[in-house]
Design a protein around this ligand. Sequence first.
Ligand SMILES: C[S@@+](CC[C@H](N)C(=O)[O-])C[C@H]1O[C@@H](n2cnc3c(N)ncnc32)[C@H](O)[C@@H]1O
Length: 312
Amino acid sequence: MNATTRIVAPTHIIEKEGKVVAELYHTRAELFLATLGDESVDLVVTSPPYCMGMEYERSTSADDFLNDHKRVLPEIARVLRPGGSACWQTGHHVRNGVVTPLDALVFIAAQSVSQLVLRNRIIWTFGHGLHSPTRFSGRHETILWFTKGQPYTFNLDDVRVPQKYPGKRHYKGDKKGKLSGNPLGKNPGDVWDIPNVKAKHVEKTEHPCQFPVAVPARLILALTNPGALVVDPYMGSGSTGVAAIANGRRFAGSDITRKYLTIARKRVGNAVQQKALIRADMPPRQPKATDSVSKLSRQWKSLRRKTYGSDV
Ligand SMILES: C[S@@+](CC[C@H](N)C(=O)[O-])C[C@H]1O[C@@H](n2cnc3c(N)ncnc32)[C@H](O)[C@@H]1O
């Protein structure tokens, strides 16, 4: 047995009513995945390190990102049950101002894993982030959803969202005059507007790159049934685990950074006790025209008039 095949034990085992519902490992993704049996996992939802030199990253190279995925994705295919899903949430690698879309590299790595079939490329858009003076400010990341072959689980009715025009009716043909939409709501589509986790977000922890629980929750509800095993090999603060437990699924995950494991244990434990802080999956708040922050100051109005000839 060498270092990459060494079997590791869970660091935290979390129970609910005498049954194990979550196992958290303080280890590398590859060692964690090696503990999982063939075809034992229903869904993987993860956001890997972007190799941007964050405090938890050993690399700043997009080549390392690609090579890591060439090793990890075959393991993902091994542990997934037939018809299970893997969802990879990534953003952009930026070095010396040059942008590499990381989902392109995940897709390239997945091309040599024939069992993984791409079903959707979801755009996750959010209203806030850094303002770039040299290019358009980044306001989206992506999620690649792969299934291990077909048929696969897709519970659309569990993730429908309200229609813009629920009262819309067919205007011609046999169904003329009848309501045209689905009474349970519409398909959420492949562009998801969900606020990211910034300072005032109710889910914010010390982790610098959390995704909101609403992102994995939608995937878990749509792509698994209650009791399913959901896995996140780069779990960070445990957002996927919180989403899994809060929705009656089981969870296993790993992270190499001890302090994030501690945060994940607390959050997943809170989810078991139905005490986890979770922002409901609802559209971002729109400011009212009467809010003071919605109003243009006199100073800016005059500056805009001078620059553009109008203050709108
Ligand atoms: C983008 S963050 C994940 C954040 C997570 N989705 C959340 O909501 O908190 C990536 C995580 O991967 C962890 N990590 C980095 N390299 C790893 C490796 N080889 N194996 C496991 N975890 C790793 C980092 O410590 C970091 O917490």
